[in-house]
Design a protein around this ligand. Structure first.
Ligand SMILES: Nc1ncnc2c1ncn2[C@@H]1O[C@H](COP(=O)(O)OP(=O)(O)O)[C@@H](O)[C@H]1O
Ligand SMILES: [Mg+2]
Length: 344
């Protein structure tokens, strides 16, 4: 199916993941770090949602909360719900599943890949064993069947000579190859939702494009739901159907990718877009202009709109109260009291 082609209505309506008012806090000696503070979004079957925002905006903590991989960080889910529709049609709130239930869901229904594959791959086992492990665990495949499936998966993620490569160790592979291995592990049990957290940030531009094309193709072919986390608005148009823009632990704008990129409704999205140097025909590439100021610390968020100290559109009333995430059109939301002026 071509990128962006509409899905049959029945499927496109069905949310695989429905996150509601999620709050993830870290109690620290300096105070409570509100890393995720009231985040809501939906991801439907066969759809990719990009979550984009500057470093520290709460993107990774959102992903880790959904996976319930916060374990040793000391974070707690302080509020909200994370509804996953399982393959059997049952809905479960991931925020309230015991660890034993999460262990069954991770890998089989939801999977995550990270920026640095080396930190997730085990250096002492051949990659084939690591791809085979979830198949043995969740699908009960025999050693032999799991190895055969691992070879098929290596082929699926575009690794040549899969029958040989199955016995190699992570350090024998390039960064791009390792990320392909991580994708193979994540997809082994055909999860309904894949969370890809900056999966190409550590790779050079050519390999980055290959990995994104691979993820997009696999996502479409398997009709998976995908959350693609990135700080790079460049990438969003190539990979996602919809985009949620995060700033200081909240979603500030959400909508279909083409709409948001061509007509942003929030000043932050607008500022992010103007940071992207656009090549004019026959002219040298423009320098990137960063957004003035820095994102507030999650310990001391400004009163009112969190973006107002950096916002070119800020007025006195922006400091008075936190704007709500308002519906501004079908499928579009924005958290700005001046969205009408900015959007027009
Ligand atoms: N283990 C932790 N302890 C305390 N604060 C944390 C921890 N992990 C992340 N944070 C804080 O949570 C906020 C969001 O972090 P993160 O989700 O990693 O941002 P992003 O992925 O958008 O760059 C940041 O302010 C970060 O400092
Ligand atoms: Mg991150």
């Amino acid at each position: 199916m071509a990128k962006g082609a509409p899905l049959p209505e029945r499927d496109s309506q069905r949310p695989v993941l429905d996150v509601r008012d999620l709050k993830t806090f870290f109690p620290t000696d300096a105070g409570t770090v509100r890393a995720v503070n009231g985040v809501s979004f939906v991801v439907r079957e066969g759809e990719t949602l990009a979550i984009v925002g500057e470093s520290g905006s709460g993107k990774s903590v959102t992903g880790l909360t959904i996976m319930r991989l916060l374990g040793r960080t000391g974070a707690e889910i302080a509020g909200g719900e994370i509804w996953l529709t399982r393959g059997d049609g049952q809905r479960v709130d991931l925020a309230r599943q015991p660890e034993a239930a999460m262990e069954r869901l991770r890998g089989s229904e939801i999977a995550m890949i990270f920026q640095d594959p080396m930190s997730s791959l085990n250096p002492v086992f051949p990659v084939g064993d690591q791809i085979a492990e979830p198949l043995r665990l969740h699908k009960g495949l025999s050693r032999r069947a799991a190895r055969a499936a691992a070879i098929e998966l290596l082929e699926l993620v575009g690794i040549s000579d899969p029958a040989q490569r199955v016995d190699t160790f992570p350090h024998q592979l390039s960064g791009g190859m390792r990320q392909r291995i991580m994708i193979a592990i994540a997809l082994a049990c055909e999860p309904r939702l894949l969370i890809a957290d900056e999966p190409t940030t550590a790779l050079d531009v050519t390999v980055q494009a290959q990995i994104i094309a691979l993820l997009r193709e696999l996502q479409t072919r398997r009709r998976m739901a995908m959350i693609f986390v990135t700080h790079d608005l460049h990438l969003v148009g190539d990979v996602a159907d919809r985009v949620a823009v995060m700033y200081a632990s909240q979603v500030v704008e959400e909508g279909p990718v083409a709409d948001v990129l061509s007509r942003p409704a929030h000043p932050y999205t607008r500022a992010l877009l103007s940071c992207i140097p656009r090549q004019q025909h026959g002219q040298p590439r423009r320098r990137m202009t960063p957004i003035p100021g820095t994102m507030p610390s999650a310990l001391a968020t400004p009163h009112g709109c969190r973006f107002h100290p950096r916002c070119a559109f800020a007025e006195d009333r922006c400091a008075a109260a936190l704007p709500s995430l308002e519906s501004i059109a079908p499928q579009r939301t924005a958290r700005c009291i001046r969205w009408r002026e900015i959007w027009s």
